[in-house]
Ligand binder design. Sequence first.
Ligand code: HEM
Length: 458
Amino acid sequence: MPHAKATRTNRPHIVPSHHAIPRLVSDPVTELARMGTDASGRVVRLHLGPFRPYLISHPDHVQQVLKTDWTNFVRAGVFWRPLQRLIGHSILGEGESWASARKILQPLFTARYTASLAEDMADTIAARISELDDYSRAGRPIDLEHQMTSIVNDTVIKVLFGGRISRDTAERLAPEFATCATSIGFRMLLPFAPYSIRVPGDRAFLRSAKKIDEIVYPLIEQARHEKTRSKEVVSALLAARLEKEGEADLRQVRDDLVNIYGAASETTAMSLIWLWQVLHDHPGVRERLQEEVDRVVGDDPVRPSHITSMPYLRMVLQELLRVYPNAWVVPRQTVADTEIGGVPIKAGSQVLISPYTTHRLEEFWPRPLEFDPERWADEKAALSHRYAFVPFGVGPHVCLGQHLFYIEASLVIANVMSRFRPVVANPQQLKPVPGGATLRPKQKLFLQLHPAERTRAA
Ligand code: HEM
C-alpha cells in the first residue's frame, strides 16, 4: 500500500531513549502502560537504542494487527526466536505448522470438550486443596506462588497425560519449564547473537529442555501403545494426528504438548496469585464472593455444575483479567510495509500489542485503575469496543484455553473458599513485573487458611 507522507497527525508518539530506557528498566510494566495511556491509544514508538518497537494499544489497532491484517503481523523476531528452541513447530508458532496444529488442537479445547474434562479436573483440584488442611491446622501460611503453581501444574498435566504421569514426575516438569522461561533473558537482549555462540542462560536452557523431553517422550510412547483411547489430550492428539495425517510423528506430538503446557500453566497460576491480594484490598468483593461460594457450594464437594451457577465469580475473574492480563504484551513482526492508525510502519518492524495498556485506556474503561467486578454485570454494556478487552488475544491466534482457564481457576477458588477462610498474611501493594512471558507480582505473597466455621464431610 502506498503511504501518505507523514504529517503531524500520523507521526507516532515518540518516547526518546533517555526517557524510555530508565523508565522501562525501573518499572517495565507500569511505565510501558503509562507511555500508551499518555498517548491515549495513539501508536507509540519506543526508542531503545537501535531497537525501536511500536507500542499498540488502541482497540482499532489491536483488531487490525491481530485480526483483519493478521497475516502481515507474524510471530517472529526478537521476542519469539529464543523460545523457538523449546516450543519447536506447533501452535505457538506461525505458518503451516501453526495452521495444522490449530486445526488438530482446536476441537480438544472447545467449551464442550473442556467440560468433559471438568469432572476429573474437579477431583484433582479438590484433592490438592484438601492437602492444605495441614497448613491450616498448624496455623502456617501457604506460599501462594509455590502452591498455586503446583496445583495448576498438576491439573494441566492430568488434562494432558491423565493418570500416566506420577505426581513426582509431574512436579519435576514445572521447574524445568520455569528455568527455560527465565533463562532466555540474555537471548532476548542479544537477539542477533548466533546460536553457535553460548550466552549466559543457554546451558541452563538446554539442560532443562532436555529434561522436559526425557519426561514427555516416554509418556507419548506409553499412550501410543495403549489399546484403549482415553480423552486426555495426549491420546486425543495421537488419534487426531493419526487420522488426519496418517501418522503421528512423535516429535510433532511432543511439540504440541510442550506448547500447550507452556501456554496453560504459568498464565493460570499467576492469575491465582493476583486474586488473593485483590480480594484483600476489596473486602466488599471478597464478602460477596464468599457469600456466593457458601450459598452455591455449601458443605458439598465442589463440582463443575456449581461453577456455572456462580456469576459473580465469573465477573471477578473477568475484572482480574482486565486489570492484570497475564499475557501483558503480545509481540509481532511486520512482513510488509504497512500503516497503523495512519503511522507508516516498515517491513521487519517489531510491534508490541499491550492488553495491559488497552485495558487501562480511559476512553474505553471508566475509572480504569479501579477493580470493579460490577462493570461486568452487563457484559455488552461493559464492552464499549469489541477489542477493548483482549486478555486472550483475538483473531486466528486467539487463546485456545479460555474455557479451561475459567473452569480451572473457578474450581481452585471455590475449593479454597469453601474449605477455608483465606486471609493474606503479608498484604502489600504488589508491583507487576514481567516473568518469562507473563505478568507476575514482584513480591512473595503468603495466604493464611483459617478453617471455615462449619462441619464438612471429610
Ligand atoms: C489466564 C490465562 C490465560 C491467558 C491470559 C492467555 C492468553 C493468551 C493470549 C493473549 C494468546 C494469544 C497469543 C498471540 O496472539 O500470540 C494465547 C494463545 C494461546 N493460548 Fe492462552 N492464555 C491463558 C490460558 C491458557 C490455557 C489454560 C491454555 C490451555 C490450553 C492456553 C492455550 C493457548 C494456546 C494453545 C494459544 C495459541 C493459539 C494460537 O496461536 O493459535 N492458554 N493465550
